[in-house]
Design a protein around this ligand. Structure first.
Ligand code: PNS
Length: 173
């Protein structure tokens, strides 16, 4: 089975990494795919997000990192993907995810391999982590010159350095 784990990954967190590795453990291949969304203004460019993901997964032999734009099902059809992986941190995630799964299933019915969405429940240690909250807290910590231990527990080292660079630079201005 070839699966895709799509997302914004702005930035990748320890929660995403946990879901990617747990799903890759039961798949032949997992493609972690960054959505290049022209309607959003991310903190990190697509190239920066991809570079951080590639560094994180450089020793995971069946995980690759790619970028997609447009409909997820079109990219999935092109790559021969069978399943979509998403993480669930709580009931709100399920509520948000369900319509996407139904749309993606219906949109993919014309493909050689219609898509299934598979959900992985977040480990309790990661259930409070999201890219948005990490960015919000990191901005206050780095702009205020505070201890970043709490951020280091939520993201990999490469992201910690990148957040520090972005927000400490804005502190100087
Ligand atoms: O990390 P995110 O922002 O929650 O990821 C959302 C994502 C990328 C999975 C979702 O927005 C997506 O798949 N977008 C691609 C466009 C698409 O296929 N839309 C129709 C699905 S209903």
């Amino acid at each position: 089975m070839i699966a895709i784990y799509p997302g914004s990954f702005d930035p990748v967190t320890n929660g995403h990494i946990n879901i990617a590795r747990r799903s890759a453990a039961i798949m032949e291949r997992l493609i972690v795919a960054v959505l290049d969304n022209p309607h959003k203004t991310p903190l990190f460019s697509v190239d920066e997000r991809v570079a951080m993901l590639r560094e994180v997964f450089c020793n995971d032999s069946n995980i690759e990192v790619d970028v997609f734009s447009g409909l997820l099902v079109s990219y999935a059809g092109m790559k021969g993907i069978n399943a979509i992986v998403r993480g669930l941190r709580g009931p709100d995630d399920l509520q948000n995810e369900l319509p996407y799964a139904i749309w993606n299933r219906q949109l993919s019915l014309g493909l050689a391999k219609p898509l299934e969405t598979m959900y992985f429940t977040a480990e309790p240690a990661f259930a409070h982590i999201s890219g948005s909250i990490v960015k919000e807290v990191a901005a206050h910590i780095y702009q205020g010159g505070l201890d970043d231990k709490i951020i280091s527990q939520a993201v990999p080292a490469v992201v910690l350095t990148a957040l520090k660079d972005k927000y400490s630079a804005s502190r100087m201005q």
